[in-house]
Write a protein that binds this ligand. Structure first.
Ligand code: ARG
Length: 462
């Protein structure tokens, strides 16, 4: 069996049960283009070291190129007897160029340094795709913010009415974490592309005079690994990537949860576009926020993948152990999950229709202007402790009367405190409240316009 890389010291072949357990082609076949690129670089290193003749080198490169073309055309498949992508590609290469030439390529490398390099390269590509999709979602939020700069909504803490805010301000509060997620992906990519383990061999390096630095450069890495044991045994790059993808899932799920709430009859803040919502098989009237719910659900899956990777790594002795093969499926699942989830969430967000009237009506309710009364008193020279008490008394009075703060009469205000002159009414509107919060980072319309420009600049950096 030419797909088998280690038969020599064994009297018999592996049991079918072992083969079934050991086989990883159903997920690591995705490393094929990266494995071929690694093999090209390795062939060049063998040639440069004088271990491959001109003709054999050319023939290996030809064979690897042919495999690349057949793979791109969808004509390359692993066989059931192949243990992993590395064995499968060696078998296919031997079929392509013959065992004599093909059998020279494996000198000085191990699947341990190969897989550690190739998985880095694959995740680096996915990191770019995921980052672009995250930026699309941030951009959709920014567009909705830009389109709703005049809409005021109830801002909440503890899910209770707290202070009025601009809808745009709230939407941008979901965009900034996504910007940071993209920054995290960038920083991860810089660290991960810094070192190529190729040349580390099984764990101790190579005795063949190969140049790992040249291989690293050819594969797009800044340098080769400083330590061959670390190069083959470390997977913190996988755990860190799993963390960033989980964080993206969490950030998206927090947005999703709000969309779900906002779309309820009780909130009635948004309507989902027909093409971005689902119906019920029994209840004809239903319009369900399934995208948002799936986003909320997938976040659990992404966190689970992170937990899986970290649990696999915990207390694993140096250097390579086969446990490390378990690094792939969770993280590949995380990228696959985000690559279908993010475009759907972006479409849902881009097509949300906001019920501005409903939000504006609720914004000043629930005594959300009480802080404005207290801060107005502070500007009138009243100590905040007293102002807080006075504004609290206004709320109590309103509750007794069953009215909102703006409904209190001038007499009722002055009964509560002589400091509460009729001029207090200037802050008793949601517009006045929002406009007054005009420090940097505040919800005043001018500040939010500046914030949009700042976010736009941050998005353009990527
Ligand atoms: N398929 C393995 C992995 O993904 C690489 C092969 C290393 N196998 C070995 N017996 N050293 O980690």
């Amino acid at each position: 069996n030419q797909g088998m890389l280690w038969g020599g010291r064994f009297a018999g072949g592996p049991s079918p049960e072992l083969e079934a357990l050991s086989r990883s082609t159903h997920f690591d076949w995705r490393l094929t283009p990266y494995d071929l690129a690694g093999s090209r670089a390795h062939a060049n290193a063998l040639h440069a070291a004088g271990l491959l003749s001109e003709e054999d080198h050319a023939e290996l490169l030809r064979g690897l190129g042919a495999l690349g073309e057949r793979h791109a055309a969808g004509e390359l498949q692993p066989a059931p007897g192949d243990e992993d992508v590395h064995g499968a590609l060696e078998r296919l290469l031997l079929e392509e160029v013959g065992t004599d030439v093909g059998g020279r390529l494996r000198a000085g490398r191990s699947r341990n340094d190969q897989v550690a390099t190739l998985f880095r390269a694959l995740l680096l590509d996915h990191a770019r795709t995921v980052a672009a999709l995250v930026l699309d979602l941030a951009e959709a939020l920014a567009q909705q913010a830009r389109a709703h700069l005049d809409v005021i909504m109830p801002g909440r803490t503890h899910l209770q009415h707290a202070q009025p805010v601009l809808l745009a301000h709230h939407l941008l509060a979901h965009a900034w974490p996504l910007v940071r997620d993209v920054q995290r992906l960038d920083e991860w990519a810089r660290r991960t592309a810094a070192e190529s383990p190729y040349g580390s061999g099984a764990l101790a390096g190579s005795s063949l005079g190969l140049d790992p630095e040249a291989v690293a450069r050819e594969l797009g890495f800044a340098r080769s690994a400083a330590n061959s044991i670390d190069g083959t045994a470390s997977r913190d790059f996988v755990a860190e990537f799993a963390y960033v993808t989980a964080q993206i899932g969490i950030d998206v799920s927090r947005l999703a949860e709000e969309v779900i709430l906002w779309a309820t009859r009780e909130f009635d803040f948004v309507e989902l576009h027909d093409s971005w919502s689902t119906g019920s098989s029994i209840m004809p009237q239903k319009k369900n926020p399934d995208i948002a719910e799936l986003a909320r659900g997938k976040a659990g899956r992404l966190v689970g993948n992170l937990a899986g990777v970290m649990t696999t790594l915990k207390a694993l002795p140096l250097a390579y152990n086969r446990d490390l093969q378990e690094d792939k499926e969770p993280v590949l699942d995380s990228v696959d999950t985000l690559e279908v989830l993010l475009p759907a969430v972006t479409g849902m967000v881009a097509t949300l229709r906001f019920n501005a009237a409903r939000m504006a009506e609720l914004a000043p309710q629930g005594f959300s202007l009480a802080t404005d009364v207290a801060e107005w008193l502070v500007r009138e020279g009243v100590p905040f402790r007293v102002a807080h008490e006075v504004a609290g008394s206004c709320v109590r009075r309103c509750e007794e009367l069953g009215v909102e703060l703006g409904d209190l009469t001038d007499e009722q205000f002055s009964e509560i405190s002589p400091d509460l002159t009729p001029a207090v009414r200037e802050v008793l509107s949601a517009e006045g409240s929002v406009a007054s919060r005009n420090g940097r980072g505040g919800t005043a319309p001018d500040r939010v316009r500046e914030q949009l420009a700042e976010l736009g600049a941050a998005l353009e950096q990527h």
